[in-house]
Design a binder for this molecule. Sequence first.
Ligand code: PLP
Ligand code: COI
Length: 359
Amino acid sequence: MTTSSTLEFQVTRNLAAKTDAQRDEILANPGFGQHFTDHMLDVCWSETGGWHRPRVQPYGPISLDPAASVLHYGQEIFEGIKAYRHADGSVHTFRPLENARRLQRSARRMALPELPEEIFVQSLRELIAVDGAWVPSGEDQSLYFRPFMFAKEAFLGVRPAKKVAYYLIASPAGAYFSGGVKPVKIWLSEDYARAGKGGTGAAKTGGNYASSLVAQAEASDNGCDQVVFLRDGNVEELGGMNVVFVMKDGTIVTPESDSILQGITRDSILQLAEDRGHTVERRDISLEEWREGVRSGEIVEVFACGTAAVLSPIGLLKGAGFEDEQPLGELATSLRQELTDIQYGRAEDKHGWLVRLDA
Ligand code: PLP
Ligand code: COI
């Protein structure tokens, strides 16, 4: 049924969908971002027609005019959100309105149209209606949704496009870091910045990730898994995750800045920590405070968190000319357990964070 705030999607089934056996083989070992479900969803937007032509169709290449402005000026935004299969077979997602609202904030920053929250959530349901069998049931597995929006109007002037597309694809996911949950090694990028005042750091837009790639390559060359960025000497975040520090007295500190991505995983973990009685401080934390805090024992744990990787303890901070072992503790692991217990339906969802997608 269509209400005034949802759309009537036209569904074209994929006649070349994977067989059950092919899908089971992929789900047995999905990796991250390597395989895609049988269908994709898209909705067009135009300045004159608003959101229109909602479709679910077979997953496949997108045809674009070579002058489509996303290809030239990068007017693009995206999200990352997962579906979890519970023991009774039902499929749930986690705080989708937060992702819907962040997509709207990213859209405002990148001069793209705002997708209504109800249509964002509906799009997840519509894809699950055709590809629900792709939600894996193995431990720590999920179906990772990638909603994205881009400028498709063909022109070469520099201005916001008047034709835009919203797409949703999905990819079965296991561990983001190969090797599962083990402490990650972080490279300190001092030559490259991710964001600055007035920039696009708080928006989830492709350019932020493009600009992180050389720093990420530097991290890999130095044997590290991820890169941490600074702004004016203060810790910002990793290429694809937020950073959290645990102090000796149990206080939790995380960077507050208008140029980092406001992570939903971080927000949820900090809420769970507050429920346990921890004090949470959102404030600047300098590289100096980090390094000195680890040396003095003031900082007792450091971890990174995000939808794709969930929560990983940071075991090493490495930079030009130094290597600081990071202290490992119990809190990161127990918060990760508490969060995933809620997501997978093994613990009570006290905050009402889950939204069922298959009913
Ligand atoms: N920071 C960056 C740059 C990210 O790409 C992500 C991942 O989405 C995060 C932080 C964590 O955000 P969330 O927990 O909402 O996935
Ligand atoms: C996520 O955690 O959802 C991300 O977007 C991080 C990365 C895969 C870009």
